[in-house]
Design a protein around this ligand. Structure first.
Ligand SMILES: [Mg+2]
Length: 408
């Protein structure tokens, strides 16, 4: 048993560790080891402390006084003191639920502001993160086509244990026939044109030459959670395959693949912003430069060359909103305040920010009002409980990975 002296020693080591900002992963076992077992922990700690003190003295002597960058210092570079004071990092399940629910919340929060001017959201809510309000035909907390389609994809993946394009397409068609309040132009033309499921999007693209809308990005939360455990190549391949069902332009496939990969990284507890270069390296070379431009660290929505209903500025804006804020709420406020296709930009932002911050960061006043009526599927309405259940099933399913890449 540890005596009083041992406990005092342990406490001193703990305080010294904090003062010297020794990383918690290195630091935490040492006082315990010393108190319970042997002086080995103490010796290791004294050596560590000497190195750290010498290093600190050297830096003080050579470096100009620098202000820590709070964002750099954030998720991954947390100091020991920060780690001790902040709540524990979200679990993988928290992040998976955060992805699915976060996307739905962003969709519902942004819906009343669709096609509005920039700045309208902040003008309404001041600098605060805002409330669920109705408007534009939407009830407060009502999710739109973005979430409808994400749910349909998620349920198909669970039922088939992977991508069954024909089944997803059929579910989309049944939904479209249920007269949803909103449906993307591109998506509607492909689903209702009467062409076979595996050719409809490609034929539409051939005819119109226009298929780079954000309609495959907006529904990606569920498939990104489902395929995250299968690794980078598998999740990006599945994303392309699902995007290709409605969007014939490879730009949309590649953007959806990048979003899947960034969510995969966030679900691992790592920083998706730091993973952008690796994701870009997997992007089709013919599309890489354009994606690299909107995902660059210094890009901002003011540099967009298209309306944010297009796939590039939509994902670029979501990544920008994540990069320039430090909370789930603030990221959505930033996304919606951009105006334009606010529900979809916020749905994509909410998926990313939910994966990073976890469901614990999604305010209850938003999730309470959240509801997802499913046109074409009777009177089904999903709420927080059903979405949480769906996300949990998607995250816990491990028999996937049969994806074979884009069809059509
Ligand atoms: Mg929508």
């Amino acid at each position: 048993m540890a005596g009083e002296w041992d406990l005092l020693l342990g406490r001193w080591m703990y305080r010294e560790g904090r003062r010297l900002e020794i990383h918690p992963l290195v630091m935490s076992p040492l006082p315990v080891l010393t108190v319970l077992l042997s002086p080995i922990g103490l010796l290791a700690f004294l050596a560590l402390r000497a190195t750290r003190t010498a290093h600190a003295a050297r830096s003080r002597a050579t470096a100009p006084a620098a202000r820590p960058d709070p964002r750099r210092h954030g998720r991954n570079g947390r100091s020991y003191a920060d780690a001790m004071e902040q709540p524990p990092a979200p679990s993988r399940l928290d992040r998976a639920v955060g992805t699915v629910v976060g996307s739905a919340v962003g969709d519902a929060l942004g819906a009343p502001f669709e096609f509005g001017e920039p700045g309208v959201y902040r003008a309404r809510f001041g600098d605060g993160p805002g409330e669920m309000r109705g408007g534009g035909g939407w009830d407060p907390g009502e999710a739109t086509d973005d979430t409808h389609m994400a749910v349909l994809v998620g349920e198909s993946l669970l039922e088939h244990g992977g991508v069954n394009g024909q089944d997803v397409f059929a579910r989309f068609q049944m939904w479209a026939a249920g007269d949803p309040k909103d449906i993307g132009l591109q998506t509607e033309q492909v689903l209702t044109g009467g062409d076979p499921w595996d050719m409809a999007a490609a034929l539409h693209f051939q005819m119109t030459g226009r298929a780079a809308g954000n309609g495959s990005l907006m529904r990606a939360s569920t498939s990104a959670v489902f395929f995250a455990g299968a690794g980078r190549s598998a999740t990006m391949a599945a994303a392309r395959e699902l995007a290709a069902l409605t969007h014939g332009d490879r730009a949309a496939w590649e953007g959806t693949a990048v979003l899947h990969e960034l969510i995969r990284v966030a679900l691992e507890g790592a920083d998706p912003l730091a993973a952008v270069p690796q994701a870009l390296a997997q992007v089709d070379p013919g599309h890489r430069a354009r994606w690299a431009a909107v995902l660059a660290p210094d890009w901002h929505p003011g540099l967009a060359t298209e309306f944010n209903g297009a796939v590039w500025p939509c994902l670029g804006s979501a990544v920008w909103a994540l990069r320039t804020t430090s909370s789930f709420e603030a990221s959505l406020a930033a996304a919606i305040d951009l105006g334009g296709d606010t529900d979809t930009v916020a749905a994509v932002t909410g998926a990313l920010a939910g994966a990073v911050h976890g469901i614990g960061a999604v305010p209850a006043r938003w999730t309470r009002a959240l509801h997802v009526p499913l046109p074409g599927w009777g009177n089904r309405v999903l709420r927080l409980a059903e979405l949480t259940e769906l996300a949990g099933s998607l995250a816990g399913f491990h028999g996937r990975g049969q994806s074979v890449g884009p069809g059509g």
